[in-house]
Design a protein around this ligand. Sequence first.
Ligand code: DON
Length: 594
Amino acid sequence: MMNMLLGKKFKKSSFIIFCVICFSSPVKSSDVPIIDPDSRFHPVFSSLGMVVSQERIASEVGAAILKKGGNAIDAAVATGFSLAVTLPRAGNLGGGGFMVIHLAESGETITIDYREMAPSAATTDMFLDTSGEVDNKKARYSIYSSGIPGTVAGLLHAHERFGKLSLAEIIQPAIDLATNGIEVSIDLSSSLATRRARLMKDDGSREYFYKKNGDNYEPGDRLKQRDLAETLKRIKSAGRSGFYRGLTADLIVKEMEDSGGLITHDDLKNYKVVERKPVCGEYKSQRICAMPPPSSGGVHLIQMLNMLENFELEQLGHNSAAYIHVLVEVMKRAYADRSAYLGDPDYYDVPIDRIIDKSYAKKLASKINLSKSTKSSSVFPGLGIDVESLSRKRQYRESEETTHFSVWDSSGNVVSNTTTLNFSYGSGISVSGGGFLLNNEMDDFSSKPGAPNGFGLLGGTANEIEPGKRPLSSMTPTIVFDPEGSPILATGSPGGSTIITIVLQIVLNVMEFNMGIAEASSVPRIHHQWFPDRLYLESGVSEDTKTLLRNMGHEISSRTRIMGSTQSIQKGPNNFLFGKSDPRRQGAGEAIQD
Ligand code: DON
């Protein structure tokens, strides 16, 4: 009830403070949250802890773990396992991801890299056909599309290192959801119906996601996932060995062997989680920490903010043509660098410090013409490829179904986690007997220089396929800190190549335009990724603005896109947490510790 009443907008100069009549604890009249009665956007608030994810039940599982005495890491791991049941298109056991954790007590921020690794038998040209062209079907929808899954190892690692409750306590809700079934939502029903042609081709996926007679699940039906429940129980009793060894490993390897796939028992045993230092930078007085390589997200988020620091953005006005122009020019330059310099740091010496150097950003920013778009073909080509030929290539369109969740506990521990199967439902192939889908993350490698991946992204040697290597990612789980070093924002999004620019805009909306998280999450987004040389806009950007942008030389895509689905928590005055699930997609939800 209270949540409905509250909106929030932090103004730099004048805070408008309103007394809120309390209907229930924990809000006391002395702990007055800040509201802006003029705001059209309202967050959910809590004075304790909060979980924000793409699927409401999974958020509630996390919030219940907080209530039970678990910390943010316990709640995140519980939410992660639950999403594997309730959001099968992106939540997963057969995928991978990145977790950024801020620990209140030590003040440390660390990241956990549980990105998939290429199988040991993978080869650089494994997706090239006999004429040397990329076989996109093989890279995206075949048994070869999957990297060695990292999610289970990653979640267990986070829990072992930083959790408080037992594994049994945090994984049991997911087991119960799989065993007892979930009520099929409109969102799940329509997502499965849309993916029907692809999923029905695989025996496992047909069994797990459609009725015995082949019909779709309708809203209100119950979806039980018994094999998935058994896999989760094996993890509960044997930890990592319950997935990477024993029966689950046998089932994965059998799935591979039945179709000539590459992942072996040794690959599963050798899967490694890596703790990495976050990549951090300052934008004005605030500090931003995000995922380092093998994600490109953190590096380019900071690089773009560094370039943007050279402009008076607030004066340009949010989403004015002048503002969008500057953003686009900055995005082109960052994505050009991405194509050349980013890859798995364990295989390629990524020049992180040089890319996030402020003077490098200044140099790049100085090349931006404020009244004219620079053609992508004249922006830092990066690779020795004919960039002119690239703009003609069709960008492949796949629905954007990675998933992010943010968790904040009452002690101030924060988790920002993005996880994925890559495409919606990954490769579409389920492990028969195991009850879970396999990722198609191998398509995030650059199969051939100059050939765009599923998100139209380009790459070269830094991101070529090698055994044991992790494909370059755009996932950008992020935490922002105030000048005293206290966390003030956790955010992240799905969206393939658009993830980095979406997170950039959330950060700018909050830090530069002083929006509350609800407004910051709701206003229209824009995207440019160097190639194709096209500006993507969400609905809500006016025709006048588009005309001004065209006059500056921007080619605006004829397709209005919906971009991402952020799941964010902002810490506000009076220590209240303000959460917002992106309004762009159904089914998401904020859950508070009560
Ligand atoms: O790691 C990456 O960048 C991609 N595999 C993410 C894919 C994605 O976000 C799909 N949709 N939202």
